[in-house]
Design a protein around this ligand. Structure first.
Ligand code: SF4
Length: 400
């Protein structure tokens, strides 16, 4: 098999790894075939910790695997075409693509071959060779094998920018049912070890996985609610200071196990989880506020979680842009942190009018129903149901 044929198989096989910004891109159906989830031979886009969008070569080292995780197209019992790169294959591809300016980094994952240690060593060697033998300064994101020896995982962290250890499923019971060869205690121990090494290196100003660690959770392969998924994420952020939790909507696979649901969850569910995760981390929302038992623990698919909360809490609005507290302005749909800070800075000098706020946020129409300005008061007292109906039809917002 030549390098291009291998690339075709192993870029396609990597499209289920959601540790990049293109995870929400269309055409991710497992049955569709073809190359990766975005265009090109496995090239996807991701955001680095400093906010830059970079192109990554996103591939698996191999899609052979000893494990038989029910939700995975690369599982042992799957009959997909298989391929395997050598360490030098991946190094060559990365360097050549980099020189041609196709990519700025590498995202490398793998099925488990021979043993967890052997696979982890191969992944680590790719990163080491790129850095040491080729002076590669681009971004490297390595998936780790939690079952591998702690020493090997630590070696990999010396060369990678970001390491990730997949949680896979949000509950221990689901993991036992769908991925019986994996073990949540082992995954937690690997995350804990990674957290300690990263913290030590930061304190000692040494280079070790400087972009931190992340994980991936598969959504919709089991009956876990959004509330439980967000609780699991909150626990990981708290205990292991993860840089990101990535949510990947389960995609039905050929010859699927009867343990799996017959269809994929709506991709909107994945998107809502990202939005809720963002509110938890950056807007001081609690899980109970975002998703309640009244909703069966599921996020609304119609509107984003911030708007959903505002609609359910109509009594707390409207907020005056000229006098309202920062924490309430941050809860106004359509106002982000930057816009709120600009409002607070600007209102020291003048009483803000609607046109002023419009200049500070592109989403003024969404915010208008929840804001008072010097010359604007939400015109109609709409109840939650009416306003919700209108907010799902953006063209009607200007009328409110
Ligand atoms: S270990 Fe990874 S590659 Fe192997 S079957 Fe499980 S999820 Fe798939």
């Amino acid at each position: 098999m030549d390098l291009f044929q291998k690339l075709k198989i192993l870029a396609d096989a990597a499209k289920y790894d959601a540790s990049c910004a293109s995870s929400g891109a269309p055409k991710r159906a497992a049955r569709a075939g073809g190359l990766g989830s975005t265009t090109g031979a496995g090239i996807c886009h991701a955001y680095t910790p400093d906010g830059r969008c970079v192109s990554l070569l996103k591939i698996l080292l191999t899609n052979y695997c000893l494990f038989d995780c029910a939700y995975c197209i690369n599982r042992r019992s799957s009959n997909v075409p298989r391929a395997r790169f050598s360490v030098d294959d991946v190094v060559t591809l990365t360097v050549e693509f980099y020189k041609r300016n196709y990519i700025e980094g590498l995202f490398l994952s793998s099925g488990i071959i021979r043993s967890a240690d052997y696979t982890m060593e191969q992944l680590m060697l790719v990163a080491k060779k790129l850095r040491r033998d080729h002076g590669f300064a681009g971004y490297i994101h390595l998936k780790t094998i939690p079952e591998a020896s702690p020493w090997l995982i630590e070696q990999a962290g010396l060369w990678a920018d970001r390491m990730s250890i997949n949680l896979e499923l949000p509950t221990d019971a689901s993991l036992k049912r769908l991925a019986p060869e994996k073990d949540s205690a082992t995954i937690s121990a690997a995350m804990g070890q990674m957290h300690e090494r990263i913290a030590e290196a930061r304190e000692e100003r040494r280079r070790f996985s400087p972009a931190g660690q992340s994980t991936q959770v598969i959504v919709g392969a089991d009956a876990t609610t959004d509330a439980d998924i967000l609780s699991a994420s909150a626990g990981l952020y708290d205990r292991f200071k993860l840089s990101r939790v990535y949510y990947s909507a389960f995609s039905p696979i050929d010859h699927a196990s009867a343990l799996l649901p017959p269809s994929a969850p709506p991709l909107a569910r994945e998107h809502r989880l990202y939005q809720a995760d963002w509110l938890l981390r950056h807007y001081e929302f609690s899980i109970d506020e975002i998703v309640t038992t009244a909703d069966d623990g599921m996020l609304s698919l119609d509107v984003d979680p911030k708007l959903d909360w505002a609609l359910k809490n109509r009594g707390k609005f409207p907020v005056c842009v000229n006098t309202g507290p920062r924490e309430m302005l941050l809860r106004v749909p359509g106002l982000g942190k930057k816009a709120v800070d600009k409002i607070i800075s600007a209102r020291r000098h003048t009483r803000l009018r609607a046109a002023d706020v419009q200049r500070l946020t592109r989403a003024f129409n969404r915010a208008a129903s929840f804001l008072v300005t010097a010359d604007h008061h939400p015109a109609r007292k709409l109840d939650e149901a009416n306003l919700r109906a209108r907010m799902t039809k953006p063209q009607q917002l200007a009328l409110l």
